[in-house]
Design a protein around this ligand. Structure first.
Ligand code: CA
Length: 236
């Protein structure tokens, strides 16, 4: 049975989420503050954390960082009331895997949770589903190593979040093909909801800031005005 940790100081929300997780076969513990969340997290093995940004004794951002420092990969879905925090929440600084802005709908939360589970399971069994596909993708100065999940630009390591890597890998595996934001949400995020296209934009901006020499004049991840994005066919 999958175990989920819900870190949320509003009991009504926590119990509602817990009940719906139970409906999809997950066992969920609730922590109402950062201290008990940390205690549960270090002693129990969780497959996912649903983490509220605003907690009585700490904030979700520093808690998320502490979880990451424990090592081992556990997906973290952040609940936030502040869209201004998004770049920090999703960026390298904190590295949450996904977020929802409060108030959120339960069906949407469940869709996100299922997508995260699917993603983790796909990551855990690469050999079975993708035999011998591996190797590396090279384009200009950019080198993507699928096995090691590492990226270098002109020989320099680039640190990407899991989602940024998947986005780049997806693009680079389909050079020259144009994808709309909705298609990217579907292919890379595993869900498809209206109104979340800005998630794609912000990830692409961050990806460009990491891999492009001049992010305002990108040569790898190109904007196709009015349609979406594509990966360059070739780069000099
Ligand atoms: Ca709260």
């Amino acid at each position: 049975m999958r175990k989920v940790l819900i870190v949320e100081d509003e009991p009504d929300i926590a119990r509602l989420v817990q009940q719906h997780l139970k409906d999809i076969g997950c066992e969920a513990d609730i922590a109402g503050d950062g201290a008990s969340a940390m205690d549960l997290f270090t002693h129990d093995g969780y497959q996912l954390v649903v983490l509220d940004l605003m907690l009585p004794d700490t904030d979700g951002l520093s808690l998320c960082r502490s979880f990451r420092e424990q090592g081992g990969y556990v997906p973290i879905l952040m609940l936030t009331a502040k869209s201004t925090e998004l770049d920090r929440v999703l960026g390298l600084e904190v590295g949450a895997d996904d977020y929802l802005t409060k108030p959120f709908s339960i069906p949407e939360l469940m869709a996100r949770i299922k997508a995260l589970f699917r993603r983790v399971e796909a990551m855990q069994q690469p050999a079975a589903s993708e035999p011998e596909k591996s190797e590396s993708i090279e384009c200009g100065d950019l080198r993507i190593d699928s096995d090691r999940r590492s990226v270098t630009v002109a020989g320099e390591d680039v640190e990407l979040t899991a989602r940024e890597f998947e986005l780049l890998h997806f693009f680079a595996s389909n050079p020259g093909r144009v994808f709309s934001r909705v298609q990217l949400l579907d292919k890379v995020w595993g869900y498809n909801h209206d109104g979340y296209e800005h998630t794609v934009n912000s990830h692409i901006n961050r990806l460009r800031s990491k891999i492009e020499q001049d992010p305002s004049n990108p040569k790898y991840v190109l904007t196709v005005w009015g349609v979406g994005y594509k990966f360059a066919d070739k780069v000099d």
